[in-house]
Design a protein around this ligand. Structure first.
Ligand code: KG4
Ligand code: ZN
Length: 340
């Protein structure tokens, strides 16, 4: 018998639905929300309303692309958190209503665990290699930065995390200081391609152990620009590519130094990097280079599965189903990771 899981993601500003069958991805549809662009960040109320408008068309599209109908769905997996409460409520309420009407089980998914399992998103007949347990995973998203050991699909052992801003937040805040629109991470990546990463140096934090810190770097970037702009108000536009390449290098180095330390301490050579910031070309390149040098096996999701998507929710739902981890309809969304 086939096991068909519908995955639903609505934690931030992407409404997404995906279908996985027996752990293989059949479809993944994403409706991005453009409404936030002019506000310089995600506006929670607008995100919730857009999820409400997008969710049914996105689920329909995912079913259609998979060549399945609602009758084929055996379980519904949805993001419980962390994320924006109003946004999570739309996905979870939709998932509960549909699960009740189809009389199928409901599976609540931790968004960060799902990012980690994005390295298991495979289509049938794909030759993609997946990590062997235990593997070490660097999770870098807009709201979180974690180093995790995975002993199996479902248990995360956190060995390091940020003490202030997340890596994605550092990218977005530095981009904002340069006047770039939200989300600035992908734009820094794009401008950095034509810039000199050694043009400017910014003070990086040194945090003990396997934890990270980005707020000092952001402040040093802000003060540096403020001083240069006093002398020359075109400073940013004249140096945009070099500024982007230099700040990207600083963020990437702050991440790779801890990844290397964690790999040395744990003696693990199976290394995954996931989450929105794993789409960054500088980070991908740096981790691959380090992997060649250290003889690691590296796993980074395809770009479309690095940022928020429901494919990772449906795959996580599949592994939770196999472990009989179902969710009661009384379970409610949770905004913060430490409350999950
Ligand atoms: O995982 P994600 O899509 O959402 C969260 O769970 O937060 O991550 C979004 C973050 C944003 O901060 C965005 O700027 C960053 O990932 N991001 C990037 C790139 N693509 C997305 N940062 C740097 N370079 C990129 N290419
Ligand atoms: Zn995410």
């Amino acid at each position: 018998m086939k096991l068909t899981v519908l995955g639903i993601e609505s934690s931030c500003d992407d409404t997404s639905a995906a279908i996985a069958e027996d752990g293989f991805l059949l479809s993944n549809k994403i409706a991005n929300q453009q409404v936030h662009k002019e506000y310089g960040g995600v506006v929670p109320e607008l995100a919730s309303r857009a999820h409400q408008q997008n969710i049914i068309p996105v689920v329909d599209a995912a079913l259609k692309e998979a060549g399945r109908t609602v009758k084929d769905i055996d379980a519904i997996a949805y993001t419980r958190g962390p994320g924006l409460m109003g946004a999570l409520l739309v996905g979870s309420s939709f998932a509960k209503g549909l699960a009740l009407s189809l009389k199928v089980p409901l599976i609540d998914v931790n968004h960060l665990l799902a990012h980690i399992l994005s390295v298991f998103i495979v289509r049938k007949n794909s030759a993609l290699a997946v990590p062997v347990f235990p593997f070490l995973c660097l999770v870098v998203s807009g709201g979180h930065t974690l180093l995790v050991i995975m002993q199996d699909h479902l248990h995360m052992k956190i060995i390091g995390q940020t003490i202030d801003d997340a890596a994605g937040e550092a990218f977005d805040k530095c981009a904002k200081v340069m006047g770039l629109p939200y989300p600035g991470g992908p734009l820094i990546d794009r401008y950095a391609q034509n810039g000199n990463p050694t043009a400017f140096r910014f003070a990086k934090a040194s945090v003990k152990g396997l934890d990270f810190s980005f707020s000092g770097l952001k402040t040093s970037f802000l003060y540096y620009l403020r001083d240069r702009l006093k002398e020359n108000n075109d400073f940013i536009s004249r140096n945009l590519n070099d500024l982007c390449a230099s700040i990207q290098k600083a963020i990437v180095e702050s991440l790779t130094v801890k990844l290397l330390k964690a790999a040395r301490e744990t003696q693990i050579k199976e290394i995954a990097v996931v989450g929105g910031v794993s789409a960054n070309s500088g980070l991908r390149e740096a981790v691959r280079a380090l992997g060649d040098e250290m003889k690691w096996n590296i796993y980074i999701p395809e770009l479309q599965y690095a940022t928020d998507n429901a494919a990772m929710i449906s795959i996580t739902g599949y592994y939770k189903f196999l472990n009989h981890q179902f969710s009661s309809h009384h379970v409610t969304p949770v905004a913060r990771f430490d409350q999950l």
